[in-house]
Design a protein. Structure first.
Length: 346
């Protein structure tokens, strides 16, 4: 064989090897990606299905039929419960955070309403008005859902109750979040050790314990600002979790959520919400809070809701769920406003 022929054959082999690499490498990457996706799916189904808690009701009393989140607009009540072994209050914990999210399928939009924990509202479970965060201590999630439905006058289709341990674990699972801390603060940690967390003002990276301390504190402002901080922190967590850099962290995120959550959503229903973050267009995410003012009868602090603003919020959420003209809750036991105002120090 001539030297020229050997050179030609070597060049052909190199070309074949290059082609093989171009085909093989993407194939290996695709195989690894599919395998990881399959693993996450199986794990999510196992872990999150374990969070499912069947309730007494198949649907909200304010719905004529059970909703299907794959095609219907729905609402989700998110409750953060500060229960821990340290406090020995797992059976009587109050909700430290209450957020009502409405999701519009066609618009791919979410409206999240923060309900201040000290809101002075009627609690059907006990038949009188007090702080809304007491509802869970009186009757768990059923009493909390009934209270929120009576207040906002829209159906609560689903709920997700999370222990604050989940918050810590999720933030740590995504290697922390970047948040703008508004002021210097000293706050207790999840073990109730006073002053264990010290943060300085400014944008910075926070771990789970630090993020929880910022979400919980209200010593330096009030419950409304606290709710706004919690919404911003949740946005930061969601944004970080959806980033490409967190893909390999989904395993830890699933574990963190699954072991600290109870919900009336089945795994198939949870899967329906994936469409809000996929496909063409971006998710429209807006946050709101219930307006009001301080109210301190007999020295006890409450957040007295503004009736006009409350009615506007009800109509906004009804329109977002496209519920105009449907049956709603009774108009009895509505919030009554007063002219008292001031700043919360509780």
């Amino acid at each position: 064989m001539s030297e020229k022929s050997r050179i030609i054959r070597r060049k052909k082999k190199r070309k074949l090897r290059k082609r093989a690499y171009f085909i093989l490498i993407p194939a290996i990457v695709a195989f690894i990606g599919l395998s990881y996706s399959a693993y996450l799916y199986v794990k999510a189904e196992s872990v999150l299905s374990g969070s499912y808690q069947e309730g007494d009701k198949e649907k909200s009393d304010l719905r004529e039929e059970k909703v299907d989140p794959s095609k219907d607009n729905v609402s989700i009540l998110i409750a953060g419960v500060d229960a821990s072994d340290v406090r020995s209050n797992s059976g009587s914990a109050r909700t430290d955070t209450l957020m009502l999210a409405t999701l519009n399928k066609e618009e791919k939009s979410v409206k999240m309403l923060s309900i201040p924990r000290d809101s002075y509202v009627y609690i059907p479970e006990v038949g009188y008005k007090t702080k809304i965060n007491h509802a869970h201590a009186y009757g768990g999630m059923p009493a909390t859902i009934e209270t929120v439905e009576n207040l906002i006058d829209i159906p609560v289709d689903y709920y997700a109750k999370l222990n604050f341990e989940a918050f810590i674990d999720v933030v740590n699972a995504v290697n922390g979040i970047t948040v703008d801390v508004p002021y210097e603060l000293y706050e207790q940690n999840s073990d109730d050790v006073d002053g264990a967390i010290h943060l300085l003002p400014g944008e910075q990276q926070l771990n789970g314990e630090e993020a929880l301390a910022l979400a919980r504190t209200r010593k330096y402002d009030n419950d409304i600002e606290r709710g706004k901080r919690q919404q911003e922190i949740i946005k930061s967590v969601v944004s970080k979790a959806l980033s490409m850099g967190s893909i390999l962290k989904y395993d830890d995120i699933i574990d963190a959520v699954g072991k600290n959550m109870t919900t009336n959503m089945t795994f198939d229903e949870m899967k329906s919400f994936i469409s809000y973050g996929t496909g063409s267009g971006s998710l429209d995410f807006e946050t709101y809070t219930l307006k009001g003012h301080n109210y301190q009868p007999n020295g006890t602090y409450y957040w007295q809701l503004d009736e006009v603003a409350l009615n506007e919020t009800k109509q906004m959420l009804k329109q977002h769920l496209e519920l105009e003209g449907t049956a709603t809750a009774s108009d009895s036991n509505k919030t009554v406003t007063t002219t008292t105002s001031g700043k919360s120090n509780s």
